[in-house]
Design a protein around this ligand. Structure first.
Ligand SMILES: [Zn+2]
Length: 194
């Protein structure tokens, strides 16, 4: 545990084992992302069948993804973590910052690097008293990732929840999930409302 992974959007410094490889692909596309993983993992490109089974290329223009690779699922030894943001939001500030923070928080989830405590420390650091569960059920991971997205917006000087802030309004207008319960719950936690 002597290497530090710096997550720039949420400004979290994450201690990881020395042999963990982290691939931050930045803005890319889903096909290139998985193709890179498949080439390292299987030594080949994606098959057409996999592309269709994984739904690659459909409806994920305003998002990003992470991928955790375990060489030995039994021992839960995590070898590699990959992350990318869809190139369609490259020039879309502040949505791109939110998505980056969302994906960074996925890396902290119990099934990857199990460090939601660091997200809580960051919430506390920016003056938010609420915390996320550190060992939540998996169906809460995306909601907690939305909290990470809001932390990233905060650090990008977006006034979260402030309807008179142009960047906040732009984000809400551009964010396809802005009315979903998951996002509203994350926003309630961040604003300490509800
Ligand atoms: Zn997610």
């Amino acid at each position: 545990m002597s290497k530090i992974l710096q997550l720039p959007a949420t400004r979290i410094d994450l201690p990881v084992s020395d042999d963990l490889e982290f691939f931050d692909e930045g803005f890319s596309n889903e096909y290139d992302f998985y193709n890179k993983i498949w080439n390292k993992r299987y030594g080949r490109d994606l098959w057409m069948l996999e592309i269709s089974q994984m739904g690659i290329g459909y409806g994920r223009a305003a998002s990003g993804e992470y991928y955790a690779y375990y060489s030995d699922p039994q021992s839960k030894k995590l070898d590699r973590v990959y992350m990318y943001l869809s190139e369609g939001i490259k020039d879309n500030f502040p949505l791109n910052v939110f998505v980056r923070g969302h994906e960074e928080a996925h890396i902290l989830q119990p099934t990857v690097l199990n460090s939601y405590d660091l997200l809580n420390a960051k919430l506390s650091e920016i003056g938010i008293r609420r915390t996320v569960e550190t060992q939540p059920p998996e169906n809460l991971y995306d909601q907690i990732s939305d909290v990470g997205g809001l932390v990233a917006l905060h650090f990008a000087n977006v006034s979260v929840g402030n309807s008179s802030d142009d960047n906040w309004q732009r984000f809400l207008n551009d964010f396809p999930r802005n009315s979903e319960q998951q996002f509203r719950n994350a926003l309630d936690l961040f604003l300490e409302t509800n």
